[in-house]
Design a binder for this molecule. Structure first.
Ligand SMILES: [Zn+2]
Length: 425
């Protein structure tokens, strides 16, 4: 039986992964088989959605049940629902939990429908009505609370195909430490990075020299170690020195760091809240406003859009040096501000050439001739030889940018953004 949970957390705390891990621990105590791998799944969905509580992530896991054993199934469902009711943050207006139970054969038979819905939910805005329609079509057992928005994540996460995937080992705090500063030996985190990068990634920001694998949000997560394999995140965990007691750990298989949210689109087809890859030519030179936020415009053969590189990231320094005519591929999406594309990665495909105008040199005196004014030609100061204005030379000058792909640094990246160190995989 497949079990999916979503939207149980709030900005004030809790986390759907924690709830999932608690339920799995309970099931292990009950001697139930949790998947072949024993691993739950964390599926991130569109990061540009306004209703998200924190990371817009839903969880699912699989429990082996005997087909004919109805009472066992009922017991499992009751356990899940009790945990959900006990731990969800119903008080937060943005928390609208849901949970669903799906039998194996229904999942197999309807995977295509779920996969199509996942692909939409990871990159666009889905409505509760759309989710309701799918739930009706595939006849799944759903439990919705409040407005039931969590159903979107529950259905979508079960359609994730994990065509690319990573792992995150989550470390949970003991309750007595909730609300206190997280205590981890920073040097050991850098030691881990040194030993395992790029097999592990996005755990430290080497330029600002700080660990970035601890959430800014509230408890219960102490940290999350991201990596490409189960073994490597386990090894990485063993290197870290914790300066506070930890409660337990749980590895999740996840679509994080895979760019699963990015679909190539023409600019005219972009809707608000879409995540996308667009290609175009710079048609308005960059402008910098307060705090380093840098804006420019690109256009393709269908439309143009304002693009933003935010001040906290290094991408602003790439963006400010772009000029009209540069050809780019941009990875990102439209979040709060309508018609502004927030950049996660900039790929410079072609740089426009820039030229410097130079006055001609007098062939007799070998000195630089003087301009007589706009369109008035040139004259040698020494021998008074004159040339027409078309004698000016245009010298190509170097750009302070190079073609290539540039990313937001760790700590400022979206969960779904694929770091460049994973491109070779
Ligand atoms: Zn001369």
């Amino acid at each position: 039986m497949f079990i999916a949970l979503d939207d149980t957390d709030s900005t004030e705390g809790m986390c759907t992964t924690y709830l999932t891990a608690l339920i799995l621990r309970k099931f292990r105590d009950m001697n139930l088989k949790v998947d072949r791998s024993g691993m739950p799944n964390l599926v991130r969905l569109n990061p540009n959605i306004p209703y998200k509580t924190r990371g817009n992530g839903a969880c699912w896991f699989y429990i082996e049940t005997e087909k004919s054993n109805g009472s066992e199934k009922e017991k499992i469902k009751r356990t899940v629902l009790n945990f959900l009711k006990k731990y969800s943050r119903f008080d937060d207006e943005n928390t609208n939990p849901a949970c669903l139970f799906l039998d194996d054969e229904i999942w197999t038979r309807n995977f295509e429908i779920l996969n199509k819905f996942y692909k939409k939910a990871v990159s666009e805005l889905c409505t509760i009505e759309e989710a309701d329609r799918i739930a009706d079509t595939i006849k799944v057992e759903i439990h919705k609370f409040k407005n039931g928005r969590g159903l979107i994540g529950c259905l979508a996460c079960l359609g994730c195909d994990f065509s690319d995937l990573t792992y995150e080992l989550l470390v949970y705090r003991t309750e007595k430490n909730f609300g206190t500063e997280r205590r981890i030996d920073e040097e050991s985190v850098f030691e881990m990075h040194k030993l395992f990068y790029p097999g592990t990634f996005d755990n430290v920001n080497t330029e600002e020299y700080k660990p970035v694998f601890m959430p800014h949000g509230k408890d219960p997560i102490l940290c999350g170690i991201r990596g490409n394999g189960i073994e490597i995140v386990n090894k990485a965990f063993s290197v870290i020195k914790f300066k506070e007691e930890i409660s337990f750990t749980q590895i999740f298989r996840t679509n994080q760091h895979t760019d699963a949210h990015l679909m190539s689109k023409k600019i005219s087809r972009l809707k608000q809240h879409d995540a996308a890859i667009i290609e175009g030519t710079v048609t308005e030179n960059p402008k910098r406003i307060a705090k380093g936020h840098t804006f420019f415009k690109i256009s393709d053969d269908t439309a143009g859009i304002t693009c933003a590189a935010y001040g906290v990231t290094k991408l602003k320094d790439i963006a400010i040096n772009l000029i009209n005519g540069d050809i780019l591929r941009l990875y990102g999406g439209i979040e709060t501000y309508k018609n502004t594309f927030n950049i996660e990665k900039i790929e410079i495909l072609n740089l426009a050439k820039i030229y410097k105008k130079e006055n001609p040199v007098c062939p007799k005196c070998n000195i630089r001739m003087k301009s007589e004014g706009k369109e008035k030609g040139f004259q040698c100061r020494k021998c008074k030889l004159r040339f027409k204005s078309d004698a000016a030379k245009f010298i190509e000058t170097a750009r302070n940018l190079k073609p290539g792909i540039y990313e937001v640094e760790p700590g400022h990246r979206r969960h779904l953004s694929k770091p460049l160190c994973r491109y070779k995989i």
